[in-house]
Design a protein around this ligand. Sequence first.
Ligand code: WQD
Length: 345
Amino acid sequence: MTILVTGAAGYIGSHTCVELLNTGYDIVVIDNFSNSKPESLKRVKEITGKEFKVYTVNLLNRKKLEKIFEENRIEAVIHFAGLKAVGESTKIPIKYYHNNITGTLNLCEVMSKYKVKKMVFSSSATVYGIPKTVPISEDFPLNVTNPYGRTKLMIEDIMRDIYKSDNDWSIALLRYFNPIGAHWSARIGEDPNGVPNNLMPYITQIAVGKLKELKIFGDDYPTTDGTGIRDYIHVVDLALGHLKALEKVLSTMGVDAYNLGTGRGYTVLEMVRAFEKASGKKIPYTVVNRRPGDVAICFADPSKAKQDLGWVASRGIEEMCLDSWRWQSNNPDGYEDSSKVIATL
Ligand code: WQD
């Protein structure tokens, strides 16, 4: 059974490929490497000892996309490929809509043509916007506040309309909360371009001396210590959630959304303390103004995924912080640092 993974070289894509291969799936992967490096896929092969075809393809290239479906007997698609920086999306919305929406429409058209009607889609908790209460469940109002989030919600709606038009489709929409951590081997991990926007990679780059101090965006939120609360989830738990969703789409029809979170929130200061404890490194910080668009508190009610998919996140905050630290300390320059890489496999 061959699974096509788009955006496979990315942070969550590469971790999901490891779990797919370890579980015995054959995979074929697509990436245009606009936001990732081929090195991550080499390391997926190193970790699993498995081979797989890599197509350097942009989903906007319909011809090349069709060729992949001609050359491989694909059973289902896990679709990660897409631009994903909230701030950047407000500056270049047309690029986000074209890349994320048109790319997905191309993919769905080709899937339909080759009768591949099973998809796991990488959505995001960002589709909930500013939740009225927490924890957040899947039936909460969807209310996006930026072009990136709007592309995720639009694609969810496109997938729901595709299913309505053809009940042979089977689709799982996975709404991620805040993925952090890395595979225990420390050979794959989060490798953001430039200065990280997200909290954990910013912290780990301070710990390896690449950045000086953390700016904490506001300590006047209605939380225990005033700093923002998020639902941090280990990227391997997230990857395993994709396998459970894949099992579901391979066995049933329909379209359904699932929160992939732990159901527990931590403040920024709690994350700083947890990381300091796990790494033994001091993280200097100053409190500055709130970041525009940030929500105060966001964490999941993950009970639907537990009930429908039989999935529960099992890795705690200590393991998340330790694995983030081990990845960064072994790869101070991310995948750039190919000097440590075993000769090309
Ligand atoms: C977490 C907390 C910040 C950086 C983003 C995207 C979202 C999704 C997940 C894709 C917040 C605080 C952060 C810093 C800080 N991505 N923070 N200083 O904003 O919850 O979600 O990633 O789907 O779309 O928006 O994650 O890691 O940026 O922030 O104080 O330098 O850390 O205010 O409370 P966020 P984050």
